[in-house]
Write a protein that binds this ligand. Structure first.
Ligand SMILES: [Zn+2]
Length: 258
C-alpha cells in the first residue's frame, strides 16, 4: 500500500494524471541552487528550504510539490559570496530560463493551470520572471491561456514584527543574510544534523563598495563565505520563521487561487 504523498514524482502516472488533469491542483516548484553557505552549512540550503516550505504549504493548502531545481543562476558576490567559491555550481541564465520554461509548459500540457514558484536563491529572481513570461507566451500559442503563476521568495513573508523579534541588535538586510541568522535558524529547526554551529564564523556584516568589478575580487567576500554572522541563529528563531512564512504563503495562495 502506497503512502499519501504531496511529492508529484512519488506518484504513479495515473494518480498524477487524476490530480492534475482538471487544473485545480496547484503545482509548487522549489527553485534553489548549489551554493556554498559558509563553514557550518551544506551546499544545498537553497534547495532544502524552499522544498520544505512547499511541502508544508501543500499539506496545509493542497497542491503537489514538483522535483526541485537543484542548480540555479550564478552566485553574486554581494548576495551569495560569489560564483568563484568552491562548491558553488551554477547555470548560465539562459540555461535556467530554458529549463524552467520547458518544465512549466510540460506541466501545463498535463493540465496544471496553477503554479507556485518557491524561490530559495536570490540570484534566480529575474531569470524566473523571464521563464514565466516565455512559458505563458508559448502556452498561448498552443491555445492554453488560463495558466496562472505565482512567484515568491519565502523571506519576503517575514513580517516587520518578526524582524524586530529576531534581530534585536538590528537587521543587516536580506542582501547580506547569506548563510546568516535567517537561513541558519531555518536549517537548525529543520535539519539540525546538517548544521555545525561550532564551525560558524562570527564576523560583522560584509560591506561592499557601491559598484562591482569583474572578474570579481575574491578579497571582497568574507573568507568564511557567509555575508553576515550566523552566531545569533537558533532553532527557536527557525520555528518562528517557519510559521510566519508558511502562514503568509498560505494566505497569499488563498487570495490568488480562490
Ligand atoms: Zn542561501
Amino acid at each position: 500500500m502506497r503512502r499519501e504523498t504531496v511529492f508529484a514524482a512519488e506518484l504513479a502516472w495515473p494518480d498524477y494524471q487524476a490530480a492534475v488533469e482538471k487544473g485545480a491542483t496547484p503545482m509548487l516548484i522549489p527553485i534553489g541552487s548549489m551554493e556554498q553557505h559558509g563553514h557550518h552549512m551544506p551546499l544545498h540550503v537553497d534547495v532544502l528550504l524552499p522544498t520544505e516550505f512547499a511541502r508544508r504549504v501543500a499539506e496545509t493548502a493542497g497542491g503537489l510539490v514538483a522535483p526541485p531545481f537543484t542548480y540555479g543562476y550564478k552566485s553574486h558576490q554581494k548576495s551569495g559570496g560569489g560564483n568563484h567559491l568552491p562548491g558553488t555550481t551554477s547555470l548560465d541564465g539562459a540555461t535556467l530560463v530554458a529549463a524552467l520554461k520547458n518544465v512549466l509548459c510540460a506541466f501545463a500540457q498535463h493540465g496544471v493551470r496553477r503554479f507556485v514558484l518557491f524561490n530559495g536563491h536570490y540570484e534566480n529572481s529575474w531569470f524566473l520572471v523571464e521563464a514565466i513570461d516565455l512559458a505563458l507566451k508559448e502556452l498561448r500559442w498552443e491555445g492554453i491561456s488560463d495558466a496562472k503563476i505565482v512567484l515568491l521568495s519565502y523571506w519576503d513573508f517575514v513580517t516587520e514584527e518578526t524582524i524586530k523579534q529576531l534581530y534585536p541588535e538590528g537587521f543587516p538586510g536580506w542582501a547580506v543574510e547569506h548563510g546568516g541568522v535567517l537561513e541558519t535558524s531555518l536549517m537548525l529547526a529543520l535539519y539540525p544534523e546538517l548544521v555545525d554551529l561550532a564551525r560558524a564564523v562570527d564576523h560583522p556584516p560584509a560591506s561592499f563598495p557601491p559598484y562591482e568589478v569583474y572578474p570579481v575580487k575574491p578579497e571582497w567576500t568574507p573568507p568564511s563565505g557567509t555575508l553576515s554572522s550566523p552566531k545569533a541563529a537558533s532553532r527557536e528563531k527557525g520555528a518562528i520563521l517557519l510559521e510566519v512564512c508558511t502562514n503568509g504563503i498560505v494566505q497569499a495562495l488563498k487570495a490568488e487561487f480562490t
